[in-house]
Design a protein around this ligand. Structure first.
Ligand code: E4P
Length: 217
């Protein structure tokens, strides 16, 4: 499973990239707003740090304007994935930009039928939002499983990018049901390595090691 980091904070991306766990980055207008940065400048910096796909989202709502914005975003770097919303206009833009050879991430997906449309439009990634479905009492993970089955039935190459991840359980379950990618907020990504028994076990090993008086180097 690939891990993307879901942020536009350069320091977080740089820090996490050093772990070797970051295969890409996703941003959205809210994350750009939080960063306080200019979208073109910050996205250029992210693309220079990360070799994998970096999603940058269009903000137009009509297909032609989305296509124009997508082309401009794609000029930033070859690893840009243009993010378009799952609307008819977004699907049209997806088809045009995909046919031009650009990576496209179709976002704000909340149903399997929407995911089917994105695959037919040639999307590189489909982003089902797990957390926001859970928030309204629905089962976000079931949506990932449904899309996996549908894409496998028809051998669609669109990658399932589990988004709106809130917990380490979301990451584990998305991996279990076959998501290709999880885009993970920095805080959740850091928590993936944590386990109280790891901490307890390490403390005991180090205490015993101290008693031996030995050194490896
Ligand atoms: C990523 O591509 C999405 O925009 C992001 O995961 C949305 O997460 P949220 O529901 O926590 O805002």
């Amino acid at each position: 499973m690939k891990f993307f980091v879901d942020t536009a904070e350069i320091d977080e991306i740089r820090d996490l990239a050093e772990t070797g766990m970051v295969d890409g980055v996703t941003t959205n207008p809210s994350l750009i707003m939080k960063s306080g940065r200019n979208i073109l400048e910050v996205t250029r910096e992210i693309c220079a740090l990360i070799d994998g796909p970096v999603s940058a989202e269009v903000t137009a709502t009509e297909a032609d304007a989305m296509i124009a914005e997508g082309r401009k975003l794609a000029e930033i770097a070859p690893n840009i994935a243009v993010k378009v919303p799952l609307t008819w206009a977004g699907l049209k833009a997806c088809k045009v930009l995909s046919d031009e050879g650009k990576m496209v991430n179709v976002t704000l997906c909340f149903s399997a039928s929407q995911a089917l449309l994105a695959a037919k439009a040639g999307a590189t990634f489909i982003s089902p939002f797990i957390g926001r479905l859970d928030d309204i009492g629905l089962d976000g993970m079931q949506l990932i499983a449904d899309i996996r089955q549908i894409y496998d039935n028809y051998d669609f190459k669109t990658e399932i990018l589990a988004a709106s991840i809130r917990t380490i359980n979301h990451v584990q379950e998305a991996a279990r049901v076959g998501a290709d990618v999880a885009t993970i907020p920095p805080g959740v990504l850091r928590k993936l390595a944590d386990h109280p028994l790891t901490d307890k076990g390490l403390a005991a090993f180090l205490a015993d090691w101290e008693k031996t008086g030995q050194k490896i180097i």
